[in-house]
Design a protein around this ligand. Structure first.
Ligand SMILES: N[C@@H](CCC(=O)N[C@@H](CS)C(=O)NCC(=O)O)C(=O)O
Length: 225
């Protein structure tokens, strides 16, 4: 008999997948992973789609047969399997506040994804105003998160919750793209929080260390043929 709580479809570098892995590690929940899953291929096959109709990862198949997709609900569900972990707070208000911060960082992350796509040439045509808008929307969210942490160690209550893991993982992602030295200076509390979260011993092997990006990635127009 397997002692895993369920199987998680993710890819090694996926930051939302890391959130789910971290929530599981924190709660002492064992996860399984599908053998030989090839992303962008297997997720479009009938076998995957019959369980997860949106064909995207992260996706969850519990050992009891329960299926779920979309990273935030999967993370919340996995955290709920460890009720003593405190990851979902200790009352309805705390749970709702955790949701609030998770939603906000997801919004920030939508802008991070847009920035990455525009830099990679996947959002065409490139326009400077669009790039600037994504950056300023992202910074607006990051600033709200940073300000909240000015007087607190963690987002909700006195202990680490899912909000901290979610925010930490997705801020870390942005640190690889455009949170550079100048921007880090504007977000000192958020950067301190990030170090606190990713360096929890229980998360060893899940998060890479925080990069020191000197300059945000810039758009490089493709060479004319
Ligand atoms: N809102 C979803 C987004 C998931 C998502 O965009 N997953 C991508 C990761 S590469 C995916 O599976 N893409 C496959 C596809 O678009 O076919 C979540 O938070 O889980």
């Amino acid at each position: 008999m397997s002692d895993i709580a369920g199987t998680l479809w993710t890819s090694p570098g996926q930051y939302t997948g890391r959130v789910i892995k971290a929530a599981a590690a924190f709660g002492g929940i064992k996860l399984g992973f599908p053998a030989n899953y090839v992303h962008h291929e297997d997720n479009h096959k009938e076998e995957f789609k019959s369980k997860f109709p949106h064909s995207k990862i992260p996706a969850w198949l519990g050992s009891d047969g329960f299926t779920l997709f979309e990273s935030a609900p999967v993370a919340r569900y996995v955290a709920s399997l460890a009720p003593n972990s405190g990851l979902l707070g200790s009352n309805l208000r705390e749970r709702t506040l955790i949701d609030q911060w998770v939603h906000l960082i997801e919004e920030v992350n939508d802008n991070t994804e847009n920035i990455e796509e525009i830099l990679d040439g996947d959002l065409v045509p490139y326009t400077k105003p669009m790039h600037t808008t994504f950056i300023s929307q992202q910074l607006r969210g990051l600033t709200t998160l940073n300000n909240h942490l000015a007087t607190r160690t963690f987002f909700v209550g006195e202990r680490i919750t899912l909000a901290d893991i979610y925010v930490g993982a997705l801020v870390l992602r942005a640190c690889h793209i455009n949170i550079d030295t100048a921007e880090r200076k504007k977000l000192p509390h958020l950067m301190r929080h990030l170090e606190t979260v990713v360096n929890q011993p229980v998360f060893e092997g899940i998060f890479p260390s925080v990069p020191v990006l000197e300059k945000a990635r810039a758009y490089v127009p493709p060479k004319k043929k």
